[in-house]
Design a protein around this ligand. Structure first.
Ligand code: NAG
Ligand code: NAG
Length: 385
């Protein structure tokens, strides 16, 4: 048993108490339970975000040739060419009716996922194909825009009740800076902007709209455990034009606490969601992948998977010009904003989700130590890693 691995050693009174807690734990909290993957889970797995939280990296760890086509792999592989960032479910024009099994958009999504029945004809041929072939491949959709969508969990629930979901969470200020840098460095946008300008405009946009300001205040007023209140608040916030600009999304997409409530309320199922601390994923890749593999496949890592995880080092970006770094006063304002809307309730959310059967990885080191609920979350120690 690995709980309190460090504090259970030694001989002080505190460790004796910790050891006693160690023994009591299996009674207090259930273990993370592996759930079998269902043939009608479309896709089998989703990595829903957050952008710059390690989603691309994780996608690579799961689909790279040496692990995907390892002859020792006991699980179905992913399609030969898995597409990252399909973002199909968050496209405009997605229609609930067309998303029903065998309808046009459902089939289109299957095809994009590389599902073995993606180009099967309608009716009995589709059913036959499904019976014969659906379990021959796993499918994976890794799209960082799903995490903050107020409608994707609803579409997904309609088309697939038992997909497994991985959500990665990175400290929101750092995430915003990293994503800004990503866009600038890749030449996608904002080459002539300072990140401060975008942040200042974001706050201006909030202040300019009384309705939006009230909606945010209502969200902040929800009690931490009130999923319905949090989810409805996020739905309301997403209705404002704020979320229509990439500039504002850079910051608004970091409001995990509200966005996750929508997923919790409409989609998450016990044993079918893993919440991953991006920082721990970057720093402790082997432990992280061990957890991911157990969550997804219910088995230990294969040597090929270990080898792939070993070879990864997270490079902190050195390509930083002053315009990519928040100035102290703007950083302060943004930190306070996230403090109010995310950090204050984050660990309560994680604890509640864990009680609801979500798997967890990390959240037991920096940058989280000062967060309210950190000690409590980690004292309960259900997460083994
Ligand atoms: C199952 O897939 C194979 C190709 O992988 C195909 O030849 C076969 O027709 C499919 N079965 C059905 C019932 O569609
Ligand atoms: C939020 O709570 C504060 C303090 O209880 C209250 O004064 C305020 O009216 C509430 N705002 C909204 C929008 O619910």
């Amino acid at each position: 048993m690995k709980c309190f691995e460090c504090s259970c050693r030694g001989a002080t009174i505190a460790t004796v108490i910790a050891a006693a807690l160690c023994l009591a734990l299996p009674v207090l909290s259930k273990e993370e339970e592996f759930m079998p993957n269902q043939p009608d889970a479309i896709p089998t797995f989703l990595i829903i975000g957050t952008a710059k939280g390690g989603t691309t990296d994780l996608f690579g760890q799961l689909t790279a040739g040496p692990v995907n086509f390892d002859p020792d792999r006991p699980d179905p592989p992913f399609p030969h060419k898995s597409n990252k960032e399909l973002a199909y479910l968050s496209r405009t024009g997605i229609d609930g009716i067309k998303m029903l099994p065998q309808k046009q958009q459902y089939m289109e999504y299957l095809e994009l996922l590389g599902h073995p029945c993606g180009n099967a004809m309608r009716g009995s041929i589709f059913r036959e194909c499904f019976t014969a072939n659906a379990t021959k491949l796993f499918t994976l959709d890794a799209t960082p825009t799903y995490s903050f969508s107020a409608v994707v969990p609803l579409y997904l629930r309609e088309l697939s009740g038992s997909s497994k979901v991985i959500m990665m969470i990175r400290e929101p200020v750092e995430r915003a800076e990293s994503l800004f840098r990503h866009y600038v460095v890749t030449g996608t946008r904002w080459s002539d902007k300072h990140i401060d300008d975008l942040a200042i405009d974001f706050f201006k946009a909030i202040n300019a709209d009384k309705g939006l300001e009230t909606a945010l205040q209502q969200a902040a007023n929800c009690s931490y455990g009130d999923v319905v209140c949090l989810a409805n608040s996020w739905r309301d916030i997403c209705g404002f034009t704020l979320m229509e600009s990439q500039e504002n999304k850079l910051f608004a997409a970091g409001l995990y606490n509200y966005a996750l409530a929508v997923w919790r309320y409409h989609y998450f199922k016990p044993g079918r969601v893993l919440v991953m601390d991006s920082h721990a994923f970057f720093d402790r890749r082997m432990d992280a992948m061990e957890k991911v593999i157990r969550f997804m496949y219910g088995r230990p890592m294969l040597p090929s998977e270990q080898k792939l995880a070993e070879g990864v080092f997270h490079h902190k970006s050195t390509l930083k010009s002053p315009k990519m770094i928040l100035s102290p006063p703007v950083r302060q304002k943004l930190s306070e904003f996230y403090e109010q809307h995310v950090i204050r309730g984050l660990f309560q959310t994680l604890m509640d989700m864990r009680d609801e059967g979500a798997w967890m990885f990390g959240f037991n080191g920096e940058p989280w130590r000062a967060c309210p609920g950190f000690e409590e979350f980690n004292a309960a120690g259900k997460s083994k890693l």
